[in-house]
Design a protein around this ligand. Structure first.
Ligand SMILES: Cc1ncc(COP(=O)(O)O)c(C=O)c1O
Length: 405
């Protein structure tokens, strides 16, 4: 056995999570390992990924452009559909400009790395910075792993603050003498479902002269009157804000973006290797996203039904006495704690015909494993009732072993 095989065996021996094979997309019904199941954990919140409307748009994209663009946008790959989509995303986030990336993960990795090296990179183009700047990231302890990885790769200092705790953030901002402070946070926390306290955070940013970078993966297309995300939800904007989002959740496709002031977007196109030295999302996906953005606006029933179903699910959980740790968004986590037990609960629900995410380390800290339930536009009242009944049985069977699930 070579060393890699040994490490692999030790890793697999320590993880409880099993990767399952699926042969259709959750809409929210799908096929998993030969069985039909209903997902209560899909990011396809609005059912758009599997809608005829998006499939038609993607088909038009395929027919018009082909399968991929095979070029960086800095070279011959700058299709007009990307510029069109960037203009729509910038308008949605009420920002001057937006920059597209192949995925949300890559957006965080690329932008967080580039932001702290803009002046270094600008030197390559002959710019002489006025001074050497010291950058510090202030990161919520529960931020998504792509943010944590982006900050790590940037090489900048990272100060972690307690989850959504603005007093703790202020203490850390006050104590920091950096030239450039950048606060980074999920907008809707991916594993916890709560919404960042943006008004208070922006006040701190003004007071301590910081930028605020928000990852709105789970809010874009969902929160706010126009589906603009957390800024739309709080009806707030500021030149200090850098708004990041993914296209792989409510919008049902793939890709990521940042929406910013124009000067920053212009710089990122040259400074960010994750933009300039890789291919972007395929053009049919850009066509589908553009259609999804229209659908969010002109099919308001999708969001209305999503929230109706969220309330129905919550009422069911309340009836069972389940402790849902956050009730603000369509992500409804139930803390289990023990990883093996969490996996067993998810497997039991799977046997009853329901797919649920068991979220374990490293997505969340050890000992904080949880079942992550997500509401969906296309759940029927009957599906929700059947699911709540299955949860009731699981709870009854496991009452002595696990009070939480
Ligand atoms: C908060 C958050 N940021 C970023 C990402 C990465 O997005 P993508 O899947 O588009 O790469 C995710 C996906 O799970 C996420 O939940």
């Amino acid at each position: 056995m070579n060393e890699f095989e040994e490490i692999r065996d030790q890793m697999l021996g320590r993880t409880y999570h099993r990767i399952v094979t699926v042969d259709s997309l959750p809409s929210p019904t799908f096929h998993m390992e030969g069985r039909q199941v209903v997902s209560f954990s899909t990011n396809n919140y609005l059912g758009l990924a599997t809608s005829e409307r998006l499939i038609d748009a993607a088909r038009r994209g395929l027919e018009r452009y082909g399968v991929g663009n095979c070029e960086s946008r800095l070279l011959g790959g700058n299709l007009e559909i990307y510029e069109h989509l960037e203009a729509k995303l910038a308008a949605l986030k009420q920002k001057e400009s937006a920059v597209l990336f192949a995925t949300g993960f890559l957006t965080n990795m690329g932008v967080l790395t580039a932001l702290v090296s803009l002046s270094k990179i600008a030197r390559i183009y002959g710019y002489r910075p006025r001074q050497h700047y010291k950058y510090v990231y202030f990161s919520d302890e529960f931020n998504h792993i792509s943010i944590r990885e982006g900050i790590r790769m940037s090489g900048a200092s990272r100060v972690s603050y307690r989850h959504c705790d603005m007093a703790n953030l202020e203490e850390k901002l006050r104590a920091c003498g950096a030239d450039m402070k950048i606060i980074v946070s999920d907008g809707v926390f991916s594993q916890d479902g709560d919404i960042l306290p943006l008004p208070d955070m922006l006040q701190l940013a003004d007071k301590y002269d910081a930028l605020v970078y928000i990852d709105d993966a789970h809010a874009t297309g969902i929160l706010g009157d126009h589906g603009g995300g957390t800024t739309d939800y709080f009806n707030l904007n500021s030149p200090r804000l850098i708004c990041m989002g993914t296209l792989s959740k409510a919008y049902g496709a793939i890709g990521g973006f940042v929406a910013t002031e124009k000067y920053l977007a212009d710089m990122l196109r040259y400074a960010c290797s994750a933009y300039g030295f890789t291919s972007t999302l395929p053009p049919d996906q850009a066509m589908a996203v553009s259609e999804a953005m229209d659908a969010v606006v002109d099919e308001p029933w999708r969001r209305d039904r999503l929230w109706e179903n969220q309330r129905r699910l919550l009422a069911g959980f309340d009836g069972l006495g389940c402790q849902v740790t956050c009730r603000d968004t369509c992500i409804l986590p139930v803390l289990v704690g023990d990883e093996a037990m969490c996996e067993r609960h998810a497997a039991k629900l799977g046997e009853c015909g329901f797919h649920v995410d068991s979220v374990v380390f490293p997505a969340v800290p050890r000992g904080a494993a949880r079942l992550r339930f997500m509401a969906n536009t296309n759940h029927t009242p009957e599906q929700i009732q059947a699911f709540i009944d299955a949860m009731g049985q699981l709870r009854g069977a496991g009452r002595n072993r696990c009070q939480q699930a």
